[in-house]
Design a protein around this ligand. Structure first.
Ligand code: GTP
Ligand code: MG
Length: 196
């Protein structure tokens, strides 16, 4: 499969450290500790590929994972982690927004959202930005294992309805890194974006 040979390729703190802007990449965005890195590990089936942690702020750089000669997954630092110094935070935010605005290889965004905390201000900001850049976005309602099936479906409906007002072209799905719910669906979306 596409993920069989996935491996860590490198990290960037600053724009100048980014790998060359070629090929295709899909970036995982979302609030701190929401489960971005866990989603990458679950989707690729490679535990420990992206570092995960119970402590928010684990991912502090833009991390690149190579799938094949021209396709990458990108693990972005979580937004909203309060415990880093203000100067560091500003540096990340600048790097992150420049990456999102300028990166030509970027062909899709996976916005990871905690199913129990739908659409926080950062999520809406990301959606507005994806809309203005006309970048395809897939929303993962993650940690769906934390809710019973009925409640999870209710959250999915609510998330879908709200999206109609914000970004109707985006798609939402349930996801869980614990019971692997929704893995095939997001893999199919990634395949589509990657032209497979
Ligand atoms: P930062 O890099 O700090 O922004 O965090 P992150 O968004 O990469 O989150 P990470 O994948 O490190 O996961 C954070 C915590 O949530 C860890 O304790 C994970 O085990 C847990 N977690 C992630 N996904 C799920 C899920 O689907 N279900 C449950 N129950 N826990 C999850
Ligand atoms: Mg992370």
């Amino acid at each position: 499969s596409l993920y069989r040979k996935a491996h860590y390729q490198g990290s960037a703190y600053t724009l100048s450290q980014l790998p060359p802007d070629k090929g295709m990449e899909v970036a995982f965005a979302g609030r701190s500790n929401v489960g971005k890195s866990s989603a990458i590990n679950t989707i690729t089936g490679i535990g420990g590929l992206a570092r995960t942690s119970k402590t928010p702020g684990r991912t502090q750089m833009i991390n690149f994972f190579q799938l094949d000669a021209r396709r990458y997954l990108v693990d972005l630092p979580g937004y909203g982690y309060a415990k880093v110094p203000e100067a560091v935070k500003q540096q990340w935010q600048q790097t992150l927004s420049a990456y999102l605005e300028q990166r030509r290889a970027l062909c899709g965004i996976v916005l990871v959202v905690d199913i129990r905390r739908l659409y926080q201000p950062f999520d809406l900001q990301m959606l507005a930005w994806c809309r203005s850049r006309e970048l395809p976005v897939r929303i993962l309602l993650t940690k769906s294992d934390k809710l019973k099936r009925g409640a999870a479906n209710q959250a999915l409906q609510k998330a879908t309805a709200h999206l109609q007002e914000v970004l109707p072209t985006a798609r939402v799905q349930l996801f869980s890194a614990v019971n692997r719910m929704g893995v095939e669906a997001i893999q199919a979306q990634l395949g589509g974006w990657f032209g497979l």
